[in-house]
Design a protein around this ligand. Sequence first.
Ligand code: AMP
Length: 359
Amino acid sequence: MLKSGATIGILGGGQLARMLALAAAPLGLRCHVYSPEKNSCAFDVVHAGTVAAYEDEAALARFAAAVDTITYEFENVPAKTAAVLAKRKQVIPDPHVLEITQDRLIEKNFISELKIATAPYAPVHSATQLADGLAKVGAPAVLKTRTLGYDGKGQAKIAKASEANAAWRSVQQAPCILEGFIGFEREVSVIAARGQDGQVECFEVTENVHRDHILHTSTVPAKVSGALAEEARRVATRIVKAFDYVGVMGVEMFVVRSGRQQHVLVNEIAPRVHNSGHWTIDGATVSQFEQHIRAVAGWPLAKPKRLGRKVEMLNLIGDEVNGVARYLSEPNTAVHVYGKGKPSARRKMGHVTRVWPGK
Ligand code: AMP
């Protein structure tokens, strides 16, 4: 259990690290960010920073010596980096989680073994396997690279079998997973937290709308039945327990309907704080960032409750951040600008959260 004044090391220096550091400060905890990029936006708000490559073992050793415990803001931490650090200080969540969540195929197998439903899928390592996979999952389907894909990168939709070769070329014949395309009713996520004592707290189910594969809005309450919301939270709880996880995890799901009943299929899990949980900063009694810091510090988790009758988070992508002034004069609206400098297309530059007062 960390004492006030302790320092948490964070790998990665983007907006997630920035918001983690901002949540740590009121708890009397300091953050030290490690990032290969000197312009990382988290550096603006932290106690200490290291600019060095993830492969720089001497810098990693100095970083580990300077902090009390280590966490990360992204799932693609190189395995070697995590191993070097874990030898010196505790890394939370445990790096074994990364081996699973860095690879879409291993992740889907892990979820399926828990008897939790996903889209139908098949591994693809050759053109022949792609044809076999299409016969199994059917068209339309989505071909996704097993590693390093995000926000729609490394993905190709296959509307009919004749498009398979073009899709295989577009992902540069990298090892892939083929997924059946789900005609979902809506997309939701559950932000779950698990403490070092095994306590699990889930935030309310959040409804997410993507635009061009990037999260556009997150809204609570989600338009789902009470039974579906319970199922979604149960699924997320089972996943964090199966990992023996400590910290915050984002679990993205599709809501599908069979007859009158709604069900969830797990799409993806993120072993970190998640964009669809940003609404919790202004719209809940505790934020996902504070919850993660509490878990990493070995402190008890808080019981989260929504504030207001509705909360909506809107991402500011690219130069949308230049129009932020109009939100400053809107009532019950919180503005978050990440301080990333020049906006570029598809880059997450900030977000705004609107809270509708009342029950
Ligand atoms: P992902 O990178 O897997 O999170 O996918 C990004 C977005 O693409 C998802 O949030 C969905 O909107 C869409 N998508 C991904 N996989 C599927 C699928 N199997 N069926 C339908 N839509 C999908």
